[in-house]
Write a protein that binds this ligand. Sequence first.
Ligand SMILES: *Cc1c(COP(=O)(O)O)cnc(C)c1O
Length: 362
Amino acid sequence: MIPFLDLKSMNLQIEEEIKEAMNRFIQSGWYVLGKEVESFEREFAAYCGTEHCIGVANGLDALMLILKGYGIKEGDEVIVPSNTYIASILAISMVGATPVLVEPDLRTYNIDPEEIQNKITNKTKAILIVHLYGRVCEIDPIREIAKRNRLKIIEDCAQSHGVQYNQKRAGSLGDAAGFSFYPGKNLGALGDAGAVTTDDGDLAIRLRALRNYGSLKKYENVEKGFNSRLDEIQAAVLRVKLKYLEEGNQRRREIANFYLQHIQNPKITLPDLPLDELQHVWHLFVVRCPDRQHLSEHLLERHIQTLIHYPIPPHKQEAYLEWKDHSYPISERIHREVLSLPISPVMELTQAEAVVKAINEY
Ligand SMILES: *Cc1c(COP(=O)(O)O)cnc(C)c1O
């Protein structure tokens, strides 16, 4: 079987280093908000090219805390793509604000900058962009719209660790960015973890309080905060794994290029390759096929595991019944047709060859 993602062998490749880090962690005798989190925050900020990094409990919290930190609340509107993982939208709901969905560009799967302006009202406070599947958003036109309307740009970088746009990395392209280090992400911990990156010093101070009960000094609470800290043990693991992120992303690009060069089947739409290869980190390699169910069965018969990202569009979820009559045809089409092929830093070329062969035979 060619697994969709072999997390175990990814982590076993650096097992010794991870064990060393865990040992250091146990020996330290300090288990929450200590040296590992501080060091990881410094190292990850340097990697992303931002002034600040604030470790938090997960990616959803990272986005929610940014919105909270900017004072976005009930009655405010936040623009967000109609095709994204539900967490991008949940973060907006969590602070009581209203998510306003904007359709994607079918070529890039990212929010269509041309559609944003139409959805802006006097209640709009921010644009939450998602670099979906690892492809960076077309940021220049979005910046222009944000500037013209005085909106914050918040990046959801849960699928795009390390991706670049004109030599700047995701995480440094807007006002603030939320990262997830869920195990399957390009930079993944051994459990839940997340972070915010930003150049905004005021926001950084506020987030350090918000993640820790609203407190900067023990037992003094400046506001009603949360408990959403990055664990020391996860920070220790992430410091090891950060060293291998570039290499892992480059390996993903090799697999993606191999697929793009060799998959030839008129029934299948391949993802668009950006002109600058650094604009994609291939968290997922997503193809479209009108009969994707049949395609996935065909591949499974040939021992190739695939997944769907994602089967139900956010506006069709029971959790968002208020949108049940809304129509987002591009997003609906994407959700109906997409299928994700295996891709990861530990995938062998022979495995990619087998995938290509099976798809070309379909
Ligand atoms: C994974 C993911 C999140 C949520 O991150 P968690 O750490 O699981 O909370 C948010 N947005 C996108 C696009 C994601 O893929």
